[in-house]
Design a protein around this ligand. Structure first.
Ligand code: ZN
Length: 159
């Protein structure tokens, strides 16, 4: 069976950046199960997997445009330190805001006595994603899974 729209696909994967640092991996965990064509995984990976079958392994490099987007330097801003309640603010800390545009993550990149520099870019914006993927299984989605918009059973929802 080949991967096409509305197939439930199970994959093992390791994601690295261009320096070879591992960003994410299914190793030591359950394989990832998703519904092809539903936007549950990044677009570039979904299109690379289209037409593949169980047992196939592939290496895919996905440009930021097909993953988490390019960096937008206008999302880097300095805000007054006094706006933060936190006693300690350190680079690497993340703050979340919720608006009509959805949830946005700000990462602290620099701190001085009077101001905090925040970066609103996704931490993986501007990063090439290198996936080493093995297709573990491909099957038809059930009507219930398509209705719920997620996979049931191993690698998916249990309810
Ligand atoms: Zn469900």
């Amino acid at each position: 069976m080949q991967i096409s729209k509305h197939k439930v696909v199970t994959i093992d994967y390791t994601l690295t950046d261009d320096d070879g640092s591992v960003i994410d991996s299914s190793e030591g965990a359950e394989p990832l199960a998703y519904i092809q064509g539903s936007g549950q995984i990044i677009r570039g990976l979904e299109s690379a997997l289209e037409g593949r079958g169980a047992g196939e392994s592939l290496n895919v490099k996905i440009a930021p445009e097909e993953a988490y987007g390019t960096r937008d330097e206008s999302l880097v801003r300095d805000v007054p330190r006094k706006l933060f309640d936190a006693a300690e603010i350190n680079p690497g800390m993340q703050f979340f805001t919720q608006s009509e545009q959805g949830r946005q993550v700000f990462t602290v990149v620099d701190v001085s006595d009077s101001s905090v520099r925040l970066d609103g870019n996704h931490p993986l914006a501007g990063v090439n994603l290198n996936f080493a993927v093995t297709v573990v299984g491909v099957r038809d989605a059930t009507a219930e899974e398509l209705d719920h918009g997620h996979v049931h059973g191993p690698g998916g929802h249990h309810h």
